[in-house]
Design a protein around this ligand. Structure first.
Ligand SMILES: Nc1ncnc2c1ncn2[C@@H]1O[C@H](COP(=O)(O)OP(=O)(O)OP(=O)(O)O)[C@@H](O)[C@H]1O
Length: 275
């Protein structure tokens, strides 16, 4: 059986930082990241993350899964420069991340679109502060709308769009500034199952055509197996890397395939959710 690297924390720890790429060559590398939330006076402090180390290579698609409370959101916020780690560091192309940067596109479950702006204006929002000319900005917006199939909705307002379309706008907006890395936190969590599968296919198309590096957080193991080159499985109390699973199945992946089912069962077992 190919694909699963290590059954437990020891094996995962052994792979951390050693699995290609080495952190210095990686697009993004988490190096010994820890996070302790201070107690609120009544309760003690919470060790949300402990010594989390893994890296995502240039152009790689990595999914992060784990049980509720294992620190996925905390890790995502630290990787995005939206929260500070207590220990360790995050490196983007070798440089330490100290705050939000346009080198990363960030997509959340909630679309965070501006309701008073049109689809095109939402997509172009991050370009306002770039040094592109107005014509260049407009061309970039058109290119992004074409990429996510929303050209005919360029002048629509978010309230008239479905959840799936809103998330496409959010993805187009995050890609418009041409970030090296796309960080996605449960981006398809708010849409129905059919739309979710469509968005997964579309995201893979975008990934293949742009060559972006993607770190994608999800609760949905089948989603992770559909998308990822590798799956980082976390464990809780404290949040840590439990195992890293290679998904060396050719794309597009067939959910009815035995290899697909084997990876899903394996990852579920590692999470402790049963086969
Ligand atoms: N602001 C905070 N203050 C104190 N503790 C926190 C804070 N945010 C998160 N925690 C704690 O840190 C741990 C990790 O939380 P986090 O939300 O990162 O996990 P998660 O894996 O994203 O959970 P879920 O899958 O349920 O969204 C939990 O024990 C949580 O209670």
């Amino acid at each position: 059986m190919a694909g699963v690297n290590g059954d437990g924390a020891a094996d995962a720890a052994e792979r951390n930082g050693r699995d290609p790429p080495a952190p210095s060559e990686a697009s993004v590398a988490l190096d010994g990241v820890g996070k302790t939330y201070p107690g609120d006076g009544d309760g003690g402090s919470v060790r949300a993350l402990d010594d989390v180390s893994f890296s995502v290579a240039d152009g790689e698609f990595v999914c992060l899964v784990g049980p509720s409370g294992c620190g996925k959101t905390t890790l995502f916020r630290i990787a995005a420069g939206l929260a500070e780690a207590t220990d360790g560091r995050v490196l983007l192309d070798g440089a330490e991340v100290t705050g939000p940067t346009t080198d990363m596109g960030v997509v959340f479950q909630e679309y965070h679109l501006f309701p008073w702006l049109t689809v095109a204006e939402n997509v172009g929002f991050g370009l306002e502060r770039s040094d592109r000319s107005p014509a260049e900005r407009e061309a970039r917006v058109d290119e992004m709308l074409d990429l996510v199939g929303l050209t005919e909705f360029r002048d629509a307002y978010p309230k008239s769009l479905s959840g799936g379309m809103k998330q496409r706008v959010a993805i187009a907006r995050s890609l418009a500034v041409d970030p090296d890395l796309l960080l996605m936190d449960e981006p398809f969590g708010a849409v129905d199952a059919q739309t979710r599968e469509m968005l997964q296919r579309e995201l893979l198309d975008v990934w293949e055509s742009t060559g972006k590096t993607i770190l994608f957080v999800t609760h949905d193991v089948a989603e992770a197996v559909t998308l990822a080159d590798r799956i980082v499985v976390m464990a809780a109390d404290p949040g840590r890397v439990h195992a890293i699973v290679d998904v060396d199945i050719e794309r597009p992946r067939d959910r009815g395939d035995a290899a697909f089912a084997e990876r899903v069962g394996r990852v579920r077992e590692l999470i402790g959710a049963g086969p």
